[in-house]
Ligand binder design. Structure first.
Ligand code: LLP
Length: 438
């Protein structure tokens, strides 16, 4: 099944696309998404509004598929980065598999692309009995198991169904990767995975089980990692384990190198996504040299982040002493990355006004000082009613949105060439009140 993913499409050459799909024809021209006017989208669908460029998403997936073309592979898109059905369907149609971390994400994959069930890997440190049962029923590709207790439960649930479960141990390789502490996962002090030093013993025990099939080894060292070396180092440790297990008579068929490849949130012109993926794939491949395994990857951010922007309207401009606050109709509930990780997102006016740049804070209406998108950011003159695009918001934007302050979540639009399709309607207050029992 994994081998069948080397489709004609993945051997075609990758389309040449700019690293960001939101661009203007000139310095004074309005920003567009492909051939579609962002002003027009805001007028048609309202704000705040998430907009995604389908061509960019497809091209990013192709980059991974092409870079791995010399070895059996499956790119399992990390659903958590952006889980809207329209995006999952787009990726599934291009042969993607999926990395899920909950029963809810499994239902999303099954709803968007039922035939992709056999291309799903299930990660996560706390799978429930119900989630395991549903995934067994769906006959997913493999469970990425994170503890001995989980492996025992998986065997018991597989036995009840009288159907073997394929598993990979997610090992913790004890590799340091430079990133934000909240999204670094590959050190022994983190809660993720099984200590790689224990893994050989656990595989040997599991191999004796009637209901477990050792499928592979998985590893994920963190997110927004900008260099290839830590990936190579982690996979090298995994490769050593695969060789040891082969000596024990346990041949594994896959290595899952996880996700985590970082993007450039600062719009540096030198950032070349194709070169990044090639460098990353080369590091992983070098570590796997000589091993006859299918390579699984779980990229999320790299595929969707730069394909998405959050459009927001300026509501008010206010000056408190020396500070200027630009209050927008989007807030931390719509995009929490700046508040949660002090993350930088470039913010550009859709139709720039001439004039000098001046520092402003761009903030939302939520009652928290942490509700900001940018602080002391140099921006051209802005006025109420202006439209802003918060760039690189396609990953962990809508997916991490909430209804805090009883704010309905934004609508989402997928742009394909000259057409725009509403893939998720804006929530209503009635949607938010519906589950409540007075
Ligand atoms: N696989 C596993 C097991 C993961 O835990 C993750 C992300 C991925 C794959 C995908 O990683 P990516 O390729 O997207 O870096 N909310 C944070 C990022 C959290 C990442 C969690 N795990 C952010 O907005 O930066």
């Amino acid at each position: 099944m994994a081998k069948s993913t080397r489709t004609a499409r993945s051997t075609a050459s990758a389309p040449q696309l700019p690293s960001r799909p939101f661009a203007a024809a000139g310095p004074a021209a309005p920003l567009t998404c492909g051939q579609v006017s962002l002003d027009g989208l805001a007028a048609d669908f309202g704000t705040p509004l998430y907009v995604y460029d389908a061509a960019q998403i497809s091209a990013r997936l192709s980059l991974f598929q092409l870079a791995l073309a010399h070895r059996p592979h499956l790119v399992c898109y990390a659903v958590k980065a952006s889980s809207t059905l329209g995006i999952l369907r787009l990726l599934a149609a291009q042969g993607a598999g999926f990395d899920i971390v909950s029963g809810g994400e499994l239902e999303r994959v099954l709803a968007a692309a039922p035939s992709a069930a056999g291309r799903v890997v299930f990660s996560g440190a706390g799978k429930s009995v119900q989630e395991i049962d549903r995934a067994l029923e769906a006959n997913i590709l493999a469970f990425n198991v994170e503890s001995e207790d989980e492996l025992e439960l998986l065997a018991a649930r597989a036995a009840r169904r009288r159907r073997k479960a394929r598993f990979s141990l997610r090992v913790n390789p004890d590799v340091f990767a430079e990133t934000h502490p909240y999204i670094s996962t590959g050190l022994r002090e983190h809660k993720f995975g099984i200590d790689i030093r224990q893994a050989r013993r656990i595989y040997n025990q599991a191999a004796a089980s009637k209901w477990l099939t050792p499928h592979g080894v998985s590893v994920h060292i963190g997110s927004q990692i900008r260099t290839a070396e830590p990936f190579g180092a982690a996979v090298a440790r995994v490769a050593r384990l695969v060789r040891d297990l082969a000596k024990d008579g346990i041949p594994l068929t896959s290595v899952d190198a996880g996700g985590g490849l970082g993007i450039d949130y600062h719009a540096s012109p030198s950032f070349d996504p194709a070169a990044k993926v090639a460098e990353y794939a080369a590091a992983v491949e070098a570590a796997l040299k000589g091993l006859d395994v299918t390579l699984l990857l779980e990229p999320g951010r790299f595929i969707v982040a730069q394909a998405g922007a959050l459009l927001t309207r300026v509501l008010y401009i206010k000056r408190n002493g020396k500070k200027t606050f630009v209050v927008t109709d989007a807030a931390m509930n719509d995009l929490i990355r700046p508040a949660l990780y002090q993350a930088f997102h470039e913010i550009v006016p859709v139709t720039p006004r001439p004039g000098k740049l001046a520092p402003v804070d761009i903030v939302g209406p939520v009652c928290e000082s942490g509700d900001f998108f940018a602080r002391d950011r140099k921006m051209p003159p802005l006025e109420p009613g202006d439209l802003l695009a918060i760039l690189d918001a396609g990953a962990y934007g809508m997916a991490q949105s909430s209804n805090y302050n009883t704010r309905p979540r934004p609508a989402e639009v997928l742009v394909e060439g000259a057409t725009a399709q509403l893939i998720r309607r804006r929530e209503t207050i009635a949607d938010l009140l519906a589950p409540e029992l007075l």
